[in-house]
Design a protein around this ligand. Structure first.
Ligand SMILES: [Ca+2]
Ligand SMILES: [Ca+2]
Length: 271
């Protein structure tokens, strides 16, 4: 193979065109190699060094390096600016009481005052007030015979009147017929009747508008408290629509035309 290639190259380089065209066409390469031995020449000298090449391209970015050691503490920085004012704090506990102060300077001498006469006058007023209270109580209890609770005065008028006349007379005095609405008031009126030596008086209760439905004269029904005598109210004559109180405190329905004493009541507080 080597022989065939070498011969072919030699013929292409060194043989004239006509020789190549005549002889080479008639002689095969295998024939030449089989008759002539072609040896290689000696090795030539080392060629001159080539020119310096162009600068190569930039290499790829290398892998991330290892973390370095912690550095030493830096220098102290400059003084910072003053911060904002903070919110108002909560109120503190009350402090202890301070020590007493020094005594004040001595006062100036007072002026003369005849206070005795004022004291005397006030004292006399107090005496007068007490006397008036005593006198009023005497009038109420002994002369008038009036009785009272915290809210009302009660007064028995010794005039024989029918129920309607009695009611009118109480109203003309600024009150109305007495309306016992609790045991305490009923007992007070009963004692009042007894103390005067009386047996009966009209009180402010009737069933004039509707039979058996007894009402106080202020148009409130008799329902929470009553003090009927046993067997009453019986509407005995068929006309018993007004009510009397006996000295025992018991109630009885009677004829409104009956003429007897009566008891009025008056509110202490003027409405
Ligand atoms: Ca009746
Ligand atoms: Ca009766």
């Amino acid at each position: 193979m080597l022989c065939r290639v070498t011969l072919y190259v030699t013929l292409l380089v060194f043989l004239p065109g006509d020789i190549y065209s005549s002889e080479a066409e008639n002689r095969s390469a295998s024939d030449i190699c089989s008759t002539h031995t072609i040896l290689p020449g000696p090795q030539g000298d080392i060629g001159e060094n080539g020119d310096t090449g162009e600068t190569g391209k930039q290499g790829k970015e290398g892998p991330k390096g290892l973390t370095g050691d912690k550095g030493i503490i830096g220098n102290v920085g400059d003084h910072g600016l003053i911060g904002k004012i903070g919110p108002i704090g909560s109120k503190g506990d009350k402090g202890y009481t301070g020590r007493p102060g020094l005594p004040g300077e001595k006062g100036k001498p007072g002026t003369f005052c005849d206070c005795g006469k004022y004291r005397k006058a006030f004292g006399q007023v107090d005496v007068k007030v007490s006397q008036l209270k005593s006198s009023l109580q005497f009038v109420k209890n002994v002369i008038a015979g009036i009785r009272e609770t915290e809210e009302k005065f009660f007064y028995i008028i010794k005039e024989e009147c029918s129920y309607r006349e009695a009611l009118t007379k109480c109203r003309k005095r600024g009150g109305t017929l007495a309306m016992p609405k609790d045991q305490r008031t009923n007992s007070l009126i009963a004692d009042y009747i007894s103390s005067l030596g009386l047996l009966r008086v009209f009180i402010g209760i009737n069933d004039i508008d509707k039979e058996k439905q007894f009402m106080y004269v202020d148009n409130t029904p008799v329902q929470n408290y009553s003090s009927w005598k046993v067997g009453e109210p019986n509407d005995g004559s068929g006309y018993e629509d007004c009510v009397e109180m006996l000295s025992s405190g018991a109630w009885n329905d009677v004829d409104c035309h009956l003429t007897i004493y009566f008891v009025c009541e008056f509110n202490k507080k003027i409405k």
